[in-house]
Design a protein around this ligand. Structure first.
Ligand SMILES: [Fe+2]
Length: 276
């Protein structure tokens, strides 16, 4: 399923795998002023190509390596004849895509090899300039794209939600905070989120996310200082692991968030870098 929503200067694409015509989980990609930001996933490639062909796409940029954002890079590059750009760390992964878990294959499809060009500092389009902002945390290569005139932030999977309490393997809480600080300084107004689509009140949402995670980190730190074990911390903070951890074959869970907080426990000795 692919739904197109026209917001005037931005077009949003909502893509989902369906069962009995019911969408399972939407992921989003966007178009602004000749620039396509992300490409959707492989299971919807036919619909993506058909829809995107109707737009005057000149370039494609990628937020990060995950297959729900990168599944149609090579198809669109070939069929549209346009260049695709990504962070060097994204390029490394896409040149030789990793094996992924079954739930990811079912939802989005296996990652396909692609060879984008290194991302540029900014993109001067007909009406807007889009700035490239490196924002690791969700993944080492994560990159946002910011349009300063309207305060549009194409944020990939940087946001996802305010009180999300779980990490994918490899997410890094210290990098997340640094990236959020960087983004908050830009004072974005509208988020274009990989999971939730277009969202108003960008600044409030991002500040709230930062605050919730910071308080969670401080709670873990208190338990850590009181000599609680990792499993005691898990139990106290979250009441245990969530079922999805097992379904995801150890790919996504609350434990990875706790682990990342414990790995970076010293950051909670200092006041936050932003006023909450
Ligand atoms: Fe992601």
């Amino acid at each position: 399923m692919l739904i197109k929503i026209d917001y005037g200067d931005v077009v949003e694409f909502k893509a989902a795998r369906t069962i009995l015509n019911k969408p399972l989980y939407f992921s989003h990609f966007f178009y602004i002023d000749g620039l396509l930001i992300d490409t959707g996933f492989a299971h919807v490639s036919r619909e993506v190509l058909e829809a995107v062909k109707k737009l005057p796409v000149e370039k494609i940029v990628i937020t990060h390596q995950h297959e729900d954002h990168t599944g149609n890079i090579d198809l669109l590059r070939r069929e549209l004849g346009v260049p695709v750009y990504a962070h060097p760390e994204t390029i490394k992964v896409l040149e030789n895509p990793p094996k992924i878990e079954i739930y990811r294959k079912l939802m989005w499809g296996s990652p396909l090899p692609a060879k984008p060009l290194p991302v540029e500092k900014d993109y001067k389009l007909k009406n807007y300039t889009i700035n490239t902002i490196y924002t690791p945390g969700h993944s080492i290569d994560h990159t946002c794209y910011f349009e300063p005139q309207n305060g549009y932030l194409f944020c990939g999977d940087l946001y996802l939600g305010e009180s999300l309490t779980g990490f994918m393997v490899g997410e890094n809480i210290a990098d997340h905070f640094k990236s959020l600080e960087k983004i908050l300084a830009l004072k974005p107004k509208v988020l274009f989120c990989g999971l939730k689509g277009r969202l108003e009140n960008a600044l409030d949402r991002l500040r709230s996310k930062y605050e919730i995670w910071w308080n969670l980190g401080c709670q873990v730190k208190e338990l850590y200082d009181a000599k609680a074990s990792r499993s005691q911390i898990m139990k106290k903070v979250f009441g245990g692991e969530i079922y999805f951890y097992y379904f995801s074959q150890d790919n996504w869970g609350r434990r990875y968030m706790i682990d990342s907080i414990l790995d970076n426990i010293d950051i909670f000795d200092h006041p936050t870098k932003i006023s909450l």
